[in-house]
Design a protein around this ligand. Structure first.
Ligand SMILES: Cc1cc2nc3c(=O)[nH]c(=O)nc-3n(C[C@H](O)[C@H](O)[C@H](O)COP(=O)(O)OP(=O)(O)OC[C@H]3O[C@@H](n4cnc5c(N)ncnc54)[C@H](O)[C@@H]3O)c2cc1C
Length: 435
């Protein structure tokens, strides 16, 4: 069979879904009449909030339009890091120093929160703090990583610069110009982590309703009425945890501020784990420094390469994304040029115009949105913060102070993305030395 033929009819379900918890038959019954807190969205944000609230004695209902965890929380790369899209220097330029420091620190602390949460709940999700490697796509990117390493050292964050000549200790690829490791990062199995959260929530008494879209949320007296596909639910409080999957049923105010961007991933066939491990000897999570970045890692059992990127800013088929990502993977690791692709999937990442998440309230409805592709630790942490806030147990976060604005003409459909994507592609190309 030709190689092109082998990149056709590839299953578009995420590799991780073999281990996901889609919900129980009872989850598709009608919604209960009342609850203390209704949570819309069953990803990490919704589940972390639900667990905290139910553990605090409240009656909580989590509702998802699809199967439990249908959104980004079972589709992501499983890379755990507290790194924000904006560097500490950029945070200081955008906010006062106290806010910048608090944002930076909470990013780092979200990893500790995640680790503690996994340990407390006894979640078996293959988590390991093996660190991350940022691979420099151009010499000037390496210089920028080095400058930032000095800033990070001053903030007490442990990193190590790896010059190109020594790079093979981290990455058996010759396309990068060195890079930087970060210790405070790791990897997990996203669907196992999600299933573990669902189990912890059920044990705490959370009620789930899946395949049940919330069509409308209306304030009534001191509470809210949610109109859903399976009846009406009256709740004292509401949390919107729909992130990049926010649909017209969600408040217009929020959709106008979140930019859903498609990200694509492939998982290869099973291969010799020793050979794969030789490609990423420390088994770290890898991200490169391009604007249209690639991110990749070994599967938790070490037998597959999981390779992702924003290969298109227009919707494309799973075969098309598999072809593009396979070509990219073969450029990074020529020895994988003949590797078969067994899964090719996509998911939506939620960006904001400020490149930072925001946690807040709108007309009394709580929300946390816009993790900009860094949500495994952060969105889990934000869900817990919202839960604590509702319980009156603190729950403050500096991310309530991030700006959360929109732009004229934007209503939730990111018509400008193809142009931005092409512009980024051009900048990436210009910065790369030509041989
Ligand atoms: C391909 C990809 C790779 C990623 N890789 C990483 C990574 O390696 N590391 C990292 O830190 N982050 C990564 N992310 C981001 C991370 O996955 C997300 O930040 C996180 O999962 C968001 O969780 P959430 O609970 O906020 O939203 P989601 O998990 O997206 O859940 C939102 C849910 O809301 C539901 N919903 C929407 N509208 C309604 C409605 N009207 N009624 C009821 N339910 C509704 C949806 O069905 C969905 O299940 C990645 C994301 C993607 C897509």
């Amino acid at each position: 069979m030709s190689h092109a033929a082998r990149l056709q009819n590839i299953p578009s379900d995420p590799y991780w879904w073999q281990a996901r918890d889609q919900g129980r038959p009872g989850d598709t019954e009608n919604v209960p009449a009342t609850c203390d807190v209704a949570i819309i969205g069953s990803g990490y944000t919704g589940l972390s909030a639900a667990y905290r609230l139910a553990s605090g004695g409240l009656k909580v209902v989590v509702i998802d339009a699809a199967d439990l965890g249908f959104g980004a929380s079972t589709r992501n790369g499983g890379m755990v890091s507290g790194t924000l899209k904006l560097s500490h220097k950029e945070l200081c330029a955008a906010y006062d120093r106290d806010t910048a420091n608090a944002l930076f620190q909470e990013g780092q602390d979200s990893v500790l929160f995640l680790e503690q949460s996994i340990a407390e709940k006894g979640i078996d999700c293959d988590y390991q703090r093996m660190g991350m490697y940022f691979a420099a796509y151009a010499p000037k990117h390496y210089e920028a990583l080095a400058r930032e390493a000095e800033e990070l050292a001053a903030l007490g964050v442990e990193t190590r610069m790896v010059p190109q000549a020594e790079q093979r200790s981290e990455l058996a690829s010759d396309i990068y110009y060195g890079g930087r490791t970060t210790v405070m990062a790791g990897g997990l199995h996203p669907a196992k982590y999600h299933a573990g959260l669902v189990a912890a929530c059920r044990a705490a008494g959370v009620v789930f309703r899946s395949r049940c879209r919330v069509r409308r949320t209306v304030r009534q007296g001191q509470g809210y009425v949610l109109s859903t596909d399976r009846g009406s639910l009256r709740a004292d409080q509401v949390i919107v945890a729909t992130n990049a999957y926010s649909d017209p049923g969600m408040p217009w105010f929020l959709r106008r501020r979140v930019i859903p961007i498609g990200s694509y991933i492939i998982a290869t066939e099973q291969m010799d784990s020793a050979k794969l491990r030789a490609l990423i000897p420390a088994a770290r999570m890898i991200q490169d420094t391009k604007r249209n970045l690639f991110y990749y890692r070994l599967s938790p059992d070490g037998t597959r390469m999981i390779f992702g990127g924003r290969t298109s800013f227009r919707p494309i088929s799973s075969d098309e994304s598999a072809t593009r990502l396979h070509a990219a993977m073969s450029t990074v690791f020529p020895s994988l040029a003949k590797a078969r692709v067994e899964h090719s999937w996509t998911g939506n990442v939620a960006f904001t115009f400020q490149k930072l998440p925001h946690v807040g309230q709108h007309e009394g409805i709580h929300f946390a949105l816009g993790c900009c592709g860094q949500g495994v630790a952060l969105m889990s942490y934000f869900g817990d913060r919202i839960g604590r806030r509702i319980l009156g147990q603190g729950g403050d976060t500096a991310f309530a102070r991030t700006r959360f604005t929109t732009m004229p003409g934007y209503s939730g459909h990111p018509w400008f993305l193809p142009a931005v994507g092409e512009f980024y592609r051009l900048l990436d190309w210009l910065e790369r030395p030509k041989s």
